[in-house]
Design a protein around this ligand. Structure first.
Ligand code: 5GP
Ligand code: SF4
Ligand code: MG
Length: 465
């Protein structure tokens, strides 16, 4: 998901809509905006679909006045069951003794189900099926006198990944979990302040990037400026390495590094680790493009657009049902036949999850008359589900959970298939010495099976890491 918030500007909702539009790659199912203004109080709008289709119309935007606002774009993750209801769409709002507060959450609370069971037994009435809602209920039960203090109480009880943007009548609040699994950055826009999942959303509104909200930090921004709090016990940060590989936009800066540059470096590493003779290096667009550029630069094999993407389709994987996902690849990608015929092709993609995408692309490329097909993948084999906010399927559906690299190659039906090594990936994200196995610098659980936070709800259901 993507979160965004702004305070101290005229017409906050317009900035939030633009920010969410720049974060649309983080979630395309639905979006929501909430604002506050002294005369009409809290106002909100929650909509299915893309921000550019839903939050541009005067009819909606006119209902969202005020100098402070937050928003969310939704992508349903592991815990969510069935189709999204409009009441699952964030921001979520709660009315407390000291006034209202709204929150927008990116990540996944790994003990949300046990908290929900406990709260329901004690009388809480849940509205949605979202893991994030328990935060509002925990805030309601806190005895603290201010909303930031209630939020601290609530967040000390939840486990897992959370980057949260919240608002009260007068304050904008940003928090990251102690490991800082999901991103959150802070910017300035004139006299105003901005919080965003990624820097690309600061760029779109012309805000200046100030710094990242640090892992375990809460920033509270009000009329008197910014206060920084440290509500949690500190632990070593474990940022999601897959944000670098796939999730973030290539024009964003994370941890002082350009995401594009990291992806290009992954391609360079891949070319060193898994060289092969071929005529062309082609990306699986768009997610494989920077790595393909790096692979081509390092190997000297020409880069070409062998697959063309229809710009008007969303991300395949993000469509929630299997059937739509299956159709998705064909609707979205097509082979540039004239270029492929008779050539030995290296295809570079970011990841293999179920293997559906790779299989379809291989069919299309062979059908177009390629002489050989070699897959190079910009992440290690995805062998474990993510419980921290990326929608990977159950373990059994992950190709790499039941097959070796060679078996996957034969199953997909290509001449060769190679993944970047975990150490190669760490080098590409700037860790010259590779992965520190005693104390890894990132979360890489979907590749290593080492979960930095025990996924409690899943363990309760019998999941074995
Ligand atoms: P597969 O078809 O193997 O199940 O999925 C891999 C494809 O899904 C890749 O092309 C990747 O770009 C895309 N993808 C989209 N969203 C995600 C996501 O959240 N996680 C992963 N691992 N891949 C995703
Ligand atoms: Fe990121 Fe993978 Fe960790 Fe999930 S399990 S937070 S996708 S590195
Ligand atoms: Mg892709």
């Amino acid at each position: 998901c993507g979160v965004f918030g702004v305070i101290g500007v005229t017409d906050a909702a317009s900035f939030v809509a633009l920010g969410l539009h720049a974060l649309q790659h983080r979630g395309q199912e639905a979006g929501g905006i909430m604002t506050h203004c002294p005369t009409s109080g809290f106002q909100s709008a929650h909509r299915f679909g893309l921000v550019r289709d839903t939050f541009t119309k005067a009819g909606v935007m006119d209902t969202l006045p005020g100098p402070i606002g937050i928003g969310h774009v939704r992508y349903s993750t592991a815990g969510s069951k069935g189709a999204t209801q409009i009441r699952d769409v964030q921001p979520f709002f709660g009315e407390f003794a000291m006034g209202g507060a709204a929150i927008a959450h990116n990540g996944n609370v790994t003990n949300a189900e046990s908290i929900r069971r406990e709260l329901i037994e004690r009388g809480s009435i849940f509205q949605s099926s979202s893991d994030s809602e328990c935060i509002i209920h925990l805030m309601a039960r806190s005895f603290q006198k201010t909303i930031p203090e209630r939020m601290k109480d609530a967040l000390r009880r939840v486990e897992g990944a959370f980057s949260i943007v919240a608002m009260t009548r007068t304050k904008l609040i940003g928090v990251r979990d102690p490991l800082g699994v999901r991103p959150l950055v802070l910017g300035r826009l004139g006299d105003g302040w901005v919080l965003s999942s990624e820097t690309c959303a600061l760029d779109i509104i012309g805000a200046d990037f100030l710094r990242e909200v640090e892992p375990g930090e809460m920033v509270v921004i009000g009329p008197d400026g910014l206060e920084s709090h440290r509500p949690f016990e500190t632990r070593g940060a474990r940022f999601c390495v897959f944000e670098h590989v796939y999730f973030s936009r290539p024009d964003s800066i994370i941890g002082g590094r350009s995401v594009y540059e990291t992806r290009r470096a992954i391609g360079v590493e891949l070319a060193r680790e898994a060289a092969v003779e071929a005529d062309l290096v082609c990306p699986v667009p768009d997610s494989g493009t920077p790595a393909a550029i790096g692979y081509s630069q390092e190997s000297g094999i020409p880069y070409a657009m062998g697959i063309i993407r229809n710009q008007y389709m969303g991300r395949t994987f993000i469509e929630p049902t299997e059937q739509i996902r299956n159709m998705g690849v064909r609707l979205k990608l097509n082979v540039n036949r004239a270029l492929i015929r008779g050539k030995r092709i290296i295809l570079v993609d970011d990841s293999v999850v179920r293997g559906t995408t790779s299989m379809k692309i291989k069919d299309m490329i062979l059908d177009a008359g390629a002489a050989e097909v070699h897959f190079r993948i910009a992440s290690p084999p995805t062998a474990w589900p993510c419980f921290y906010g990326v929608d990977t399927p159950e373990r059994e559906k992950l190709l790499a959970s039941r097959m070796t690299e060679d078996e996957m190659r034969d199953h997909i039906g290509v001449d060769s298939l190679r993944f970047i090594s975990l150490d190669g990936l760490y080098r590409a994200v700037g860790e010259a010495g590779g992965r520190n196995n005693a104390c890894p610098q990132y979360c890489d659980a979907c590749f290593s099976g080492e979960y930095p936070v025990a996924p409690q709800d899943m363990l309760d259901k019998g999941f074995k890491p």
